[in-house]
Ligand binder design. Structure first.
Ligand SMILES: Cc1cc2nc3c(=O)[nH]c(=O)nc-3n(C[C@H](O)[C@H](O)[C@H](O)COP(=O)(O)OP(=O)(O)OC[C@H]3O[C@@H](n4cnc5c(N)ncnc54)[C@H](O)[C@@H]3O)c2cc1C
Length: 546
């Protein structure tokens, strides 16, 4: 099936969606007032305060990376000594003194000082991550899960570099899923297999499907089936994750199993991917199968996508501005929250930006699908972030799904990537999280976020942005747009005119690679000597990929 932008998003919906601006702002104000009555978690407030310090991000990231990660205590001690002078002024005097003393003593007594320093950090971020040991996990889950709070449990880990670690991570998720107090888990495809060659797409998909199928079989085996969500991280795994997801659910034994996947709105590809999933899910439903769920996020891998792009001179996979990501988030939500589509694809609205949450909630109400009991729309937040706001939102929308990262204390270093993302999100003035504890009393910050919301709503349209994968290096900064922008934003170029009756270049007109029947494996999966620096297929104009 092909879509024009208008068919995909429905032209009349944009003005209706825009009309929700004032009500959204009113709702955010109410949520902030309610949230301000909820006592703030002391660790969360402390961490937010630290991140406000000019040295705060450097210090915490340096600490996590340089003091927690090294196996060698002498190295950790040296790093602590170098960091100590930068200790953020926000910390109470006794903590600052302890850090300075630790910095002086660490090179002399690393075996004593470093374990203490690591324990202090673990306590400081204890509200963000749960201890996965048997003795601690059960009580922690029982404490977090209360009325209207459901848990999505994710076993944290660093990038998987080999089969051994991949099997270990998968086994850990099997163990989690087997627990009676866990009914929803998340896992990334990249953590289930060793890194694959970007030239061997079909083989990689087949390999991951083989690895993940038993996990899906386990989820389906319970009297009330459990839920598996495939998380999304790097852009290069987008096509593969969708292919794995649909390939597994196409198996006859999983016809009635609901499962989920994530789309990142900071990718221009997000809406076309959503449309493809909608088409596929509609067919599945028409054949008597279960619906699927898509969690819509903005995307947490921005720094790495920049690194990848600049290292290889590939098109940047994401939008170039926060506003474009914000608009695209609304574009995907606007398309998805439709009575006929929601029966095929349930939507998880995931994020902490209260304006986007309020907007999605009001849009769902406007369209008569704000039924969280039926879970046609679900609101998702991260454990430990802005708990007062989470409470206020939950009160209105009925329930909340909390993303709950778990890690064994002995492997705390594997939580580093997750923590650094949260720290960076909290520190960047571009992000809502940087203002989260002050919005209710700081009118300047409220205005800043309101302005961003209105600007992103103003540029909402019914276009289907052209996927990054179909852009070449030459066109990387000029996504094709159907209509000129009305406000200044990332420069765009007009779509080339198309012959009457021909599919315009911005339509989703060709079957994506994951939807085509399996092609025979390529003759060789090793790049030829002349191609080692060429971008892998997912970054180039690829035949069969929109
Ligand atoms: C329950 C839950 C599950 C999640 N699961 C995933 C997941 O599977 N995969 C994943 O990648 N992320 C995931 N995230 C994280 C998410 O993608 C965001 O990083 C995070 O929620 C912050 O976005 P926001 O809308 O809450 O805040 P906002 O402050 O409104 O948005 C911040 C986001 O805007 C985007 N942005 C910021 N600056 C720029 C720029 N210059 N150019 C382009 N875009 C920019 C980035 O995506 C940034 O994270 C999840 C978040 C939640 C709450």
């Amino acid at each position: 099936m092909t879509h024009t932008a208008t068919e995909a998003a429905g032209q009349t919906d944009v003005p209706q969606a825009r009309a929700l601006a004032a009500d959204t702002i009113t709702l955010v104000r109410r949520w902030l007032t309610e949230a301000s009555k909820v006592p703030v978690d002391a660790s969360a407030e402390q961490l937010a305060g630290v991140l406000k310090d000019p040295n705060g991000l450097d210090f915490t990231v340096g600490f996590v990376d340089g003091v927690v990660r090294p196996e060698d205590l002498t190295v950790a001690a040296r790093n602590l000594a170098a960091l100590a002078p930068k200790v953020p002024a926000f910390l109470p005097w006794y903590m600052r003194s302890a850090v300075r003393l630790g910095g002086t003593m660490a090179p002399v007594l690393p075996q004593v000082v470093i374990p203490i320093a690591r324990r202090v950090l673990r306590e400081m971020v204890g509200h963000l991550i749960v201890d996965a040991t048997d003795a601690k996990l059960g009580p922690a889950i029982a404490k977090i899960r209360k009325d209207g709070i459901k848990l999505n449990v994710n076993l944290l880990g660093e990038a998987v570099l080999g089969e051994h670690e991949a099997s270990r991570r998968l086994a850990g998720t099997h163990t989690l899923l087997a627990r009676p107090d866990v009914d929803y888990v998340s896992i990334k495809v990249s953590s289930t297999v060793a890194p694959h060659s970007a030239w061997a797409f079909d083989e990689a998909v087949e390999h991951v499907v083989e690895k993940l199928t038993p996990l899906f079989a386990k989820a389906a085996s319970f009297p009330k089936a459990k839920f598996i969500n495939l998380d999304m991280e790097e852009y290069k795994d987008l096509d593969m994750t969708i292919a794995v997801f649909t390939r597994i659910l196409d198996k006859p034994e999983f016809k009635n199993l609901e499962a989920g996947i994530v789309l990142q709105a900071y990718l221009p590809d997000a809406l076309s991917a959503m449309i493809r999933l909608q088409d596929w899910a509609a067919e599945r439903r028409a054949n008597g199968g279960a619906a699927i769920k898509v969690r819509v996020v903005k995307g947490a891998n921005l720094p790495m996508e920049h690194v990848e792009s600049s290292l290889h001179d590939w098109p940047l996979a994401t939008w170039h501005t926060k506003q474009d990501s914000d608009t695209n988030y609304k574009r995907v939500i606007n398309y998805s929250l439709h009575p006929d589509r929601i029966n095929n694809v349930r939507i998880g609205v995931a994020g902490h930006n209260l304006f986007d949450i309020a907007f999605a909630w009001l849009l769902a109400k406007q369209r008569g699908i704000a039924d969280t009991a039926q879970q046609s729309i679900e609101f998702e937040m991260l454990l430990g972030m802005a708990q007062g706001q989470a409470e206020a939102v939950k009160k209105d929308v009925g329930s909340l799904l909390l993303y709950t990262p778990v890690v064994h204390p002995a492997e705390f270093d594997v939580a580093i990537a997750y923590l650094i993302r949260r720290l960076e999100e909290g520190a960047s003035q571009d992000n809502f999280m940087s203002a989260v504890f002050e919005l209710s009393e700081n009118e300047v910050l409220f205005e800043r976020e309101q302005r961003r919301f209105l600007a992103s709503l103003d540029t909402l349209d019914d276009e289907v942005p052209r996927p990054t994968g179909s852009r070449t290096v030459a066109s990387r900064r000029s996504p094709c747009r159907m209509t000129p922008s009305r406000t200044p934003r990332t420069p765009t170029r007009r779509c080339p005119p198309t012959a009457p009756g021909a599919a315009p270049s911005w339509t989703v007109s060709r079957p994506p690679r994951w939807a085509t029947p399996r092609s025979p494996p390529p003759p060789s999966v090793t790049p030829t000597p002349s191609t080692p620096s060429s971008p892998p297929p997912s970054r180039r104009a690829r035949p069969g990929v929109p």
